[in-house]
Design a protein around this ligand. Structure first.
Ligand code: BES
Ligand code: ZN
Ligand code: ZN
Length: 470
């Protein structure tokens, strides 16, 4: 699908179908009002009316705003994908809705066909976004950035969706190396012997029963005049069986998505480098597979993490925090960053707290969480803050080691997981750190907004927006 922004008149643009977005207020004055009334079209949000003979596709909008346009344009592209038209034209309403329009088309039209013997043939070849707005330059910048961010989101989705027999820690290393080569990023890989030298006892324990060796991936994007340095840390569990605290069969299905944090940080550094942002970015990924076996780590084990903090294992399914403990420690010792953000499909409890669509934000700085949530809202992603408190902190105390990997009470599980990570954040970095629990938002089995079945790419749009504003 080729998407082009054209500086011309919509009437002069040649295409088979003209797409119009309209709200119920616009219905009365519409040329085809009678036809639309007969068709029962009320211009409700995400509703579609296809007038084939008039070569017109109408999309209902509740409001002329970015979120509504994104969702409506996702509905529009799904309808057009099942038709046999080759070209469409859409008139651009405003700069502020252009990003939503582009994202709706690319993200709503996304398909992962790698394992289909007969992938859907899509007839749409050309999509023309047409404007004769005077400030074409500004629109064009918005357009180019929207394309970069949407394509980076699809890049993240592709890796998340790849099956775990194909996408294991060492093949995630290959994906990272290829991205580094394509986008001129620095790339440093720590293999298991390096991890042992770094004394990463927590991360190594989680991956011990896997036939695939664990790895720590460090990519960096270093522009000449960077205004800030940002470290992005991703949980890269290429499969989470739960380990000896084995997941029930139904909960294990979809656990290839436990690498979504890692895939998101790859998408973020890809987008930032392609937009040529003046921000130095470091992406750190703990790539590990949590399996069972005779040498598996077990409940009752005491692990010595890289920072020296000892951890009592009470549940091997709370593995993400163990991997992140060592990766966070490594990241802080190797890069003095202005901000440290970690992304992880960390807890089912986050979904219980916020629902499936919302990313949980945790950290000590209300200002930083507020800034992030504003960027998220602007990007069309949902976030909710989950507050730390000293009472919940007591629940992860251990009688035998420095800390437990699970809490002693079942409530507030997303926060106690966040508080576990907090133990590995250096004092000087407390206010620079935010933890993003993307357990619910990273993957879906039913479409919503511009998300389709599978990985959503959660985090990529919000962090790209945050970084653009630095
Ligand atoms: N990867 C899971 C969390 C998860 C669950 C992500 C469902 C997406 C969907 C994580 O490793 C895990 O298993 N967490 C446990 C923690 C518990 C043992 C304290 C959980 O949430 O049940
Ligand atoms: Zn787990
Ligand atoms: Zn996990």
């Amino acid at each position: 699908m080729n998407i082009e922004l054209l500086n011309s008149n919509i009437a002069d643009t040649k295409a088979e179908i003209n797409v119009e977005f309209l709200s119920s207020h616009d219905l009365d004055s519409h040329l085809d009002k009678e036809l639309l009334t007969k068709a029962g079209f009320k211009a409700e949000q995400d509703s579609i009316c296809f007038l084939h003979e008039r070569k017109l596709l109408l999309c209902g909008l509740e409001k002329n705003e970015a979120d509504e346009v994104r969702s409506a344009s996702a509905s529009m592209i799904k309808t057009l994908k099942s038709s046999n038209y080759a070209s469409i034209k859409i008139s651009v309403i405003s700069n502020s809705t252009l990003t939503g329009l582009v994202e709706g088309i690319i993200l709503g039209g996304y398909e992962f066909n790698n394992y289909k013997s007969e992938p859907n043939e899509i007839s749409i070849k050309d999509i023309f976004l047409v404007t004769n707005d005077l400030d074409f330059e500004a629109l064009n910048t918005t357009f180019k950035n929207a394309l970069i961010v949407a394509n980076a989101t699809c890049f993240t989705r592709d890796i998340v969706n790849t099956a775990p027999q194909e996408l294991h820690p060492q093949s995630l290393v290959d994906v990272a190396k290829k991205l580094a080569a394509d986008n001129s990023l620095e790339c440093n890989i720590l293999q298991e012997d390096d991890l042992a030298k770094e004394k990463m006892g927590a991360m190594l324990a989680v991956g011990r029963a896997s036939v695939h060796r664990s790895a720590l991936i460090h990519l960096s994007y270093k522009p000449a005049n960077a205004k800030k340095i940002i470290s992005l840390i991703g949980k890269g569990l290429t499969y989470d069986s739960g380990g000896l605290s084995l997941k029930p069969a139904t909960s294990m299905v979809t656990m290839k998505m436990d690498k979504s944090g890692a895939c998101a940080v790859l998408g973020m550094i890809k987008a930032a480098s392609e937009m040529k942002l003046d921000v130095e970015i470091h992406a750190f990924i703990g790539a590990v597979e949590n399996m069972i076996g005779g040498n598996a780590y077990k409940p009752d084990d005491i692990l010595v993490s890289r920072s020296g903090t000892t951890i009592e294992v009470r549940n091997t399914d709370a593995e993400g925090r163990l991997v992140l403990a060592d990766v966070l420690s490594y990241a802080q010792d190797n890069v003095k960053a202005d901000n440290i953000f970690d992304f992880a499909t960390l807890t089912g409890a986050c979904m219980v707290a916020l629902g499936q669509y919302t990313t949980g934000l945790m950290g000590h700085s209300n200002k930083l969480k507020h800034d992030i949530s504003r960027a998220a809202t602007a990007s069309g992603e949902l976030t909710g803050s989950l507050p730390f408190n000293r009472h919940l902190k007591k629940l992860i105390k251990s009688e035998i080691a420095d800390i437990c990997n699970t809490a002693s009470k079942p409530y507030g599980g997303a926060i106690t997981a966040g508080l576990f990570l907090d133990k590995f954040i250096l004092e000087e970095n407390k206010d620079k750190w935010v933890h993003f629990d993307i357990a619910g938002s990273a993957y879906t089995e039913s479409p919503w907004d511009c998300n389709v079945y599978g990985g959503t790419g959660a985090g990529v749009r919000m962090i790209s927006e945050y970084l653009k504003n630095i």
